[in-house]
Write a protein that binds this ligand. Structure first.
Ligand code: HEC
Length: 147
């Protein structure tokens, strides 16, 4: 084989390999990878207090009529779903009586606060406000063991 072609093939394979691992890394992102920031959860806390705590309790521990948004039962409900699913649930069905009235940013901040309350680690970047992107982040009740 011509030497130049051989080099081009090697480079092309490298590029394909690198994008494949980047894709894999994205696919396997989960709530354990620091997907919201501390500052975002801090912004979400007063919003949660105002819009959600009346029914769900100050830390989402559950109230008379509304289920808990933290703890084992809640985590079991969302285990295997995505942060996008939770975001969409919050955005389209909550707060009861004011459904769909909060902005995407407010819902993302509230969702960040919920991740904090459920003891998932904070990281450097904020949760996005597009559910397409949030669908790529898995909600896993248990921390996956590192391979
Ligand atoms: C007026 C009372 C009320 C308010 C305010 C309210 N909720 Fe709810 N929420 C409920 C009730 C009742 C349910 C259970 C029935 C249902 O699923 O619709 C529920 C269910 C949920 C669920 C599903 C829980 C699960 O295990 O699947 C989520 C998530 C949720 N609420 C989040 C929120 C968030 C976030 C806010 C604030 C933005 C909020 N709620 C405000 C009453 C309320």
């Amino acid at each position: 084989m011509n030497r130049r072609i051989a080099i081009a093939v090697v480079i092309a394979l490298g590029v394909i390999g690198a994008s494949y691992s980047a894709l894999r890394a994205q696919e396997t992102r989960s709530v354990w990878d620091g997907v919201y920031s501390e500052a975002q959860a801090t912004r979400g806390a007063p919003l949660f207090d105002r819009e959600c705590a009346g029914c769900h309790g100050p830390d989402g521990e559950g109230g008379g009529m509304a289920p808990a948004l933290s703890g084992a039962a809640f985590n079991a409900n969302y285990d295997g779903q995505s942060v996008g699913d939770l975001f969409e649930r919050n955005r389209t069905t909550m707060p009861v009586g004011k459904e769909g009235q909060l902005s995407g940013q407010q819902i993302a901040d509230i969702t960040a606060f919920m991740l904090q309350v459920n003891k998932f680690p904070a990281g450097a970047s904020e949760l996005a406000i597009q559910s397409m992107m949030l669908k790529q982040i898995k909600y896993l009740a248990q921390k996956p063991s590192t391979p």
